[in-house]
Design a protein around this ligand. Sequence first.
Ligand code: PDD
Length: 288
Amino acid sequence: MSSAADNRIVYVQGRFCPLGAAKIPIMDRGFLFGDGIYEVTAVLDGKLIDNEPHLARLDRSLREIGIRNPLDIAGWTKLQHELMTRNALREGLIYIEVTRGVWEREFTCPPDIEPTVVMFTQAKPFRDNPLAKTGAAVITLPDLRWARRDIKSVALLAQVLAKQAAKAAGVAETWMVEDGLVTEGASSTAFIITKDRKIVTRPLSTAVLPGITRQTVMRLAGERGLQLEERAFSVAEALAAEEAFFTSASTVAMPVVTVDGQPVGNGKPGPLVQELRRLYFEAVDAMT
Ligand code: PDD
């Protein structure tokens, strides 16, 4: 939680200001209805990682719910750099939120109200994440979310409940299950690696968020000559797999060592996911 000692500079409605001075009207539709979109880009060694696809996904999410994108890619990138500089952020995350704007609490509002824009940084070391060494445990729960999970909506109640359940169980992530098949993690994309070394993850559809890290890790796996299979898998298949992992901007490729308390493979981080993780950081190092 932020405190008086938290001297982060944030961006709110066209202005940079200290976190403690940032204000949003209570009639903001993001607050009242969850009527907004967000995006999270990782920063490593002061570089924005996969930023263009993140901003393209932001644009798509906004378009899908009819909110005007207030900035173009260059405009967003400029603000992100400014925030990084003002907060001396070398490693962590940049959060962007755009809501439909401020209006009397009615379900509808005029189409031309001014979107609200909020951005802030979170310092977080994730190159040397200790969890990557031990591997993550996950639990599974029914997927309670709505039908348009391809939109990065700020309405995250189902994910909050899934994450709280993970925390209560002492594990890192919840894999959500629908019709007997894993959809994705509460804040990550789910993968398994089968005994015959195929990397399996759900195809993109309205059932899952199109993960940007998913895309990068699949490209790296393809370049490395690994076989990819886009299909849904069950919890039983995950338990019978050689390896399992999840991806997100903040966790990169994270080995999964147990599902619902049962070991995956030998119950240790698998060699292929560790290699994918290494390839990811190599690609970051090669970025200018
Ligand atoms: N979560 N699936 C869901 C439901 C997510 O919330 C996320 C990201 C992902 C992975 O997407 P990406 O690789 O583009 O980060 C998949 C972010 C990090 C969050 O909510 O904080």
